[in-house]
Design a protein around this ligand. Structure first.
Ligand SMILES: NC(=O)c1ccc[n+]([C@@H]2O[C@H](COP(=O)([O-])OP(=O)(O)OC[C@H]3O[C@@H](n4cnc5c(N)ncnc54)[C@H](O)[C@@H]3O)[C@@H](O)[C@H]2O)c1
Ligand SMILES: [Zn+2]
Length: 392
């Protein structure tokens, strides 16, 4: 009879999501206070910046230098900020990951050092993965720079890269030291990029908060015209709902097989890979929402009125509700999009769990889907997309 050593221990995690403007203004002490929070020892630091952010903010590097100079007693910036051109491609190359590990080794970044990642969701996912795995974890401060990364991807505890053409196949859960949402970075985003990040906000409103959905609906004109006070409010509310889900939802590291925050995502991830990542995550999520809401309506789970409101909101924001990837067939004449269901199940583990909605703001998990009805849903959103009109 062999003995068993039983183990049980708890670890408390905490991190804050800050909202600010001009984080590298020397008068803004937010960043230095985060770095100095536990002790005032000088900390080694490296910074990664998305090239498109650097291009859009010509004074960024100068401001960073001034900031580091002002606080040099506390920060040892090991090298000039490292520039990486952001976009989904950065998550597809393991040679880039090795190169980043080498940089960490070269500049003697250790577990007490800091890494700052400035960029959209792809840079956050990539640097988050590297920072979590080098030395088994280096303190990471995320500075997300797209609407999507400020309201969703940059504020959570997941990171990862793609492998075998599968989204986020490699990755881990890890808790950042802090997240700083600096709204000034959003100024260099073009309108499409700005709006596509709202799909995650619509998603979280649909599964969790009807009043948030109504807010977006009511202010849709201003939002479409990029009134930043509205966009900032959406980012704050969405990030808060997202963060509350992680800290209060009972499953921060997604050990269960349900993943409500991934509403609309089983098809979204497949659309992204079928399009060879030409269709962005935000736009794919919009299509995924349209598909799953239309399916919810066709199986008589969601009322026609609520379904119409969702489609209308997406169309009013000029977010896509259909793409040709939904209709690509295999040699056997099967729609490839439905492979996404199995890949989603494999990724979560356990039995298939898809989140649908039965009302705006109320989600429901289902374990079986009817592919024939899903095909009808695809046909319906195709027709609406062709007409590009609201449903009556
Ligand atoms: N970890 C998670 O929990 C999670 C959740 C949702 C999405 N994601 C991932 O997030 C990624 C999508 O993130 P995204 O939408 O931010 O895309 P992205 O990082 O590709 O950014 C979009 C484009 O905008 C550029 N850019 C970034 N900030 C800019 C700025 N301020 N000004 C001008 N250009 C800027 C980028 O270089 C890129 O070309 C996907 O890979 C998705 O899988 C992760
Ligand atoms: Zn997403």
């Amino acid at each position: 009879m062999y003995k068993t050593i039983k183990q049980l221990f708890k670890v408390d995690f905490n991190y804050n999501i800050f909202f600010t403007k001009n984080v590298f203004d020397i008068k803004n002490k937010l960043l230095i206070n985060i770095i100095n929070k536990e002790n005032k020892n000088k900390k080694k630091l490296i910074i990664f910046i998305d090239r498109n952010v650097e291009n859009g903010h010509k004074k960024l590097k100068i401001n960073i230098n001034k900031y580091i100079e002002k606080y040099k007693k506390y920060i040892d910036l090991r090298c000039t900020p490292i520039i990486i051109t952001g976009g989904e491609h950065v998550k597809n190359h393991d040679s880039l990951i090795k190169c980043l590990y080498k940089i960490i080794e070269k500049y003697k970044i250790c577990r007490q050092s800091y890494i700052i990642s400035i960029g959209g969701g792809t840079i956050q996912d990539l640097i988050g993965y590297v920072a979590s795995t080098a030395h088994r974890g280096i303190h990471l401060i995320r500075i997300p720079t797209t609407v999507l990364s400020q309201d969703d991807s940059g504020v959570g505890v997941k990171n990862g890269v793609n492998f075998l053409r599968k989204k986020n196949f490699i990755g881990c859960f890890s808790v950042p030291k802090a997240v700083i949402n600096d709204y000034v970075f959003l100024r260099s985003l073009n309108k499409n990029r700005l709006l596509e990040g709202l799909s995650e906000a619509i998603k979280v409103a649909l599964i969790k908060d009807e009043s948030f959905f109504c807010f977006i609906e009511k202010n849709v004109k201003n939002i479409f015209n990029c009134k930043m006070e509205h966009i900032e409010e959406i980012i704050y509310n969405c990030a808060k709902l997202h963060a509350d889900h992680i800290s209060k939802g009972g499953d921060p590291f997604e050990l269960l097989s349900a993943r409500p925050l991934d509403f609309g995502h089983w098809s979204a991830h497949k659309i992204e890979s079928l399009s060879h990542y030409k269709i962005s995550h935000g736009n794919s999520v919009s299509i995924g929402i349209a598909l799953d809401c239309t399916y919810s309506y066709l199986i008589k789970l969601l009322s026609k009125q609520h379904w119409k409101r969702v489609i209308k909101l997406l169309l009013n924001l000029k977010l896509p509700i259909y793409s040709d990837e939904l209709s690509i067939k295999s040699n056997n004449n099967d729609l490839l999009i439905f492979n996404g269901l199995n890949e989603f199940r494999e990724h979560l583990g356990g039995k298939l769990t898809i989140t649908l909605i039965k009302k705006i703001g109320i989600k429901i998990d289902v374990h079986h889907v009817n592919i024939e009805i899903y095909k009808k849903a695809i046909n319906l959103i195709f027709k609406l997309h062709k007409k590009n009109i609201y449903v009556n």
